[in-house]
Ligand binder design. Structure first.
Ligand SMILES: [Zn+2]
Length: 122
């Protein structure tokens, strides 16, 4: 019964396609879901931009452009301190953000607790 086999084969392929679609959806969702660290970074960045409203890069060239993003002056890589120290931050406009950072992924490091005794000399 060749026809019956065809139907069976078609069903099997359709089921596989469904599974693939589900796997793709899960993969996309996992990229959309923000981690707590990413949320903390966005919140801190929004606060920073309230106080630092102009693009630092454009300012150097004598232009005043509203800042849309916070970027690190020195790429933090795996340094929690470089990541969260606002002295290592600057506000930039969308164009400057693209030019400086592009699509380079940012690794969201754990926030430093308020009570961390940084730079204390004993
Ligand atoms: Zn700019």
């Amino acid at each position: 019964m060749a026809q019956k086999d065809d139907v069976w084969e078609k069903r099997k392929r359709a089921r596989q396609a469904d599974d693939d679609a589900l796997a793709r959806r899960d993969h996309l969702l996992s990229r959309v879901t923000k981690s707590d660290n990413e949320k903390a970074w966005e919140k801190a960045g929004a606060e920073y931009l309230k106080a630092n409203q102009w693009c630092d890069e454009c300012d150097k060239r004598g232009y005043m452009t509203p800042a849309d993003y916070v970027v690190h002056i020195t790429a933090p890589k795996d340094s929690q301190v470089l990541f969260w120290d606002i002295r290592n931050w600057k506000g930039v406009c969308t164009n400057c953000q693209r030019r400086l950072v592009g699509t380079a992924p940012l690794k969201f490091l754990d926030p430093i607790p308020q009570d961390a005794k940084l730079y204390t000399v004993k």
